[in-house]
Write a protein that binds this ligand. Structure first.
Ligand code: PXP
Length: 246
């Protein structure tokens, strides 16, 4: 077991604030630099079909500015695969997307849409991009991810984040079991969605998890302490939880 765990900082909501007024500020690339200088191991941007926050030019700019790793989150559509091939991020995390949703609401249907997703994995892999599939912590789903040759999965922690008490514990057990199975299947196991400063520890403590992707809580905390401190605090919580398990 390694003490290290990567923090992928999702900066979509820096762009959300900019798009709310159509201004040039806050500068998303400045946010990239600050996050990287304060412990981000990677930067994640979700290019949504409706372009509600991140714009195409943001992802191209990030490709030039990011010195850690750039993870482009996107739907497995022709338009997005084409965009990823043009940008050349280090990683692509494929997510389901519905126009009217507030945020990503659940994992990919890799069982039902196996051939479509397998084709997206193959195309992005051929472009030299490491693909991650955002999925529910379900054994059959993980098996299919491995069968179609995806190198990574991101376990959806949104349900865990929305539950309390025993129900949250049960969901955490599902995430732990899925992380173990994913690692046994040879997948790199990441996790994310809905994580904040108070619920991150239990997930960061799961030995098989290599990276957490966290956005909303960090950008919200940045209002009070600044982005650098908000990133540092999250990373410290993750590393503290991981160290306590070693
Ligand atoms: N991982 C995935 C696949 C996501 O869709 C999102 C939200 O864009 C995140 C992680 C980050 O979630 P949050 O903003 O709740 O931290």
């Amino acid at each position: 077991m390694t003490e290290h765990i990567r923090l992928g900082v999702n900066l979509d909501h820096v762009a959300t604030i900019r798009q709310a007024r159509g201004t040039r500020y806050p500068d998303l690339m400045e946010a990239v630099r600050v996050a990287e200088a304060h412990g981000a191991d990677g930067i994640t941007l979700h290019l949504r079909e409706d372009r509600r926050h991140v714009q195409d030019e943001d992802v191209f700019a990030a490709r030039r500015v990011v010195t850690t790793t750039l993870n482009m989150e996107m739907a497995a559509t022709e338009e997005m695969i084409y965009a990823a091939e043009a940008v050349g991020p280090d990683f692509c995390c494929l997510v389901p997307e519905r126009r009217e949703e507030l945020t990503t609401e659940g994992g990919l249907d890799v069982v039902g849409q196996r051939s479509r997703i397998a084709e997206a994995v193959a195309r992005l892999s051929a472009a030299g991009i490491r693909v991650s599939l955002f999925v529910e912590p379900e054994p059959r789903v993980l098996e299919v991810c491995a069968e179609i040759g995806a190198p990574m999965v991101e376990l959806h922690t949104g349900a865990y984040a929305n539950l309390e008490g025993e129900a949250a514990e049960r969901e955490l057990t599902r995430i732990r079991d899925a992380a173990r199975l994913g690692a046994e299947l040879g997948l790199q196991v990441n996790a994310g969605h809905g994580l904040h400063y108070d619920n991150v520890g239990a997930v960061a403590a799961i030995a098989q998890i290599v990276e957490l992707n966290i956005g909303h809580a960090i950008v919200a905390r940045a209002l009070f302490v600044g982005l650098g401190e908000a990133v540092r605090e999250m990373k410290d919580r993750m590393l503290g939880a991981r160290r306590a398990m070693v």
